[in-house]
Design a protein around this ligand. Sequence first.
Ligand SMILES: Nc1ncnc2c1ncn2[C@@H]1O[C@H](COP(=O)(O)OP(=O)(O)OP(=O)(O)O)[C@@H](O)[C@H]1O
Ligand SMILES: [Mg+2]
Length: 396
Amino acid sequence: MPTRTVSPPSVDEVRNLLRAVIDPELGANIVDLGMATDVTVSADGLITIGVKLTIKGCPLRAQIKNDIESRLETHPGVTKVKIEWGEMNAEERSEVMTKARWNARENATDTAVPTAARVLAIASGKGGVGKSSVTANLAVALAAQGHVVGVLDADIWGFSIPRMLGMADRLAAQRIEGFEKPKIIPNERVVGTGLLKVVSTGMLVDDESTALMWRGLMLTKAVEQFLNDVHWGDLDYLLIDMPPGTGDVQMGLARMLPRTDLIIVTTPAVSAQKVAIRAADMARRSFLRITGVIENMSHFTCEHGSVYPLFGEGGGATLAHEIGAELLGQVPIEQAVAHGSDHGEPVALIGSSPAAEVFRDIAKKIIASTIPVAEMAGCSARLLESVDIALSKKQH
Ligand SMILES: Nc1ncnc2c1ncn2[C@@H]1O[C@H](COP(=O)(O)OP(=O)(O)OP(=O)(O)O)[C@@H](O)[C@H]1O
Ligand SMILES: [Mg+2]
């Protein structure tokens, strides 16, 4: 962990960071569930948290510990994290189960994005490095593996997702039972055994010049609306294509959906060093966790097989090293990538080129690093089940 150079976070800031730690089985964050109890912050940046588990030997403990540590470490003022584990008593346990059940019934999350969905924002330190291309290709590669993948185009003024995914239909609004206001229904596209659910301002306006009218709109407001007013339904992943340059949207996301993980896209250029600092700084300011780096436009292989590092070498590895994240893959420069994006058929969907393979490989890494709820040890779910059985016995 880094030595402290800035003030430690306040207790409230720590609580907000902990809102990113979700108990995947109970479908809510550990603060709202009342699992994270006492928080103390010492002047030298040591954070002590009491965490009460539903069952002492809960197999999710290691995962919760990792999650708490990596979320808190995004704050540069944190030097050490100490967790004091505890176990809920019967009363606390029934309280947490009531909350979990209420959440499940009312879908009472902070946003309309289901808590089971892994949220990944594709960002970069500068524009034009391939964020949207990466988003579109990862979306189809994840869907092709049988997943339901939401795509939120957070590039409100400069949207490119509708074109890249070949999905330009107008968005429709619909009344959904249980909600007062009509909800926006995402556009859908079936990919293999999976499904894409996509929203973009490009699906609200007719052309780029109408899009200019959105300039007056607060960016974060538009993104907030996409998070709150879209009827996402079930999602395994939500990919967010970030706009270039602005930190506002990222700060807004950190506030609205603190469990968002960042994937930083960079080019291999030597100037990546500068980009590294900017990206790391942005992540630090928004306290979002960086899950990996993708180097795009890595090299070009000509028809004779000679490899040209057109934009330099080593930027991805340098950035990954600098910010302590994994280099998820290096995507070569290929005409097929640009062509696929221009024609709504991302190369990872149909292509057999090296770039297509890299995108599929990154998607597999993302899947492998996401623990499916069904395969988890199931302490809370088991508990919930036994409470339900006990309750139904009581009623009879
Ligand atoms: N690996 C690649 N090989 C060839 N062309 C690529 C590759 N990656 C991206 N491109 C092309 O580069 C251009 C910029 O890519 P893209 O729009 O994805 O970048 P961006 O980071 O989203 O840009 P912005 O910051 O403007 O949102 C596009 O024309 C795209 O087709
Ligand atoms: Mg873009």
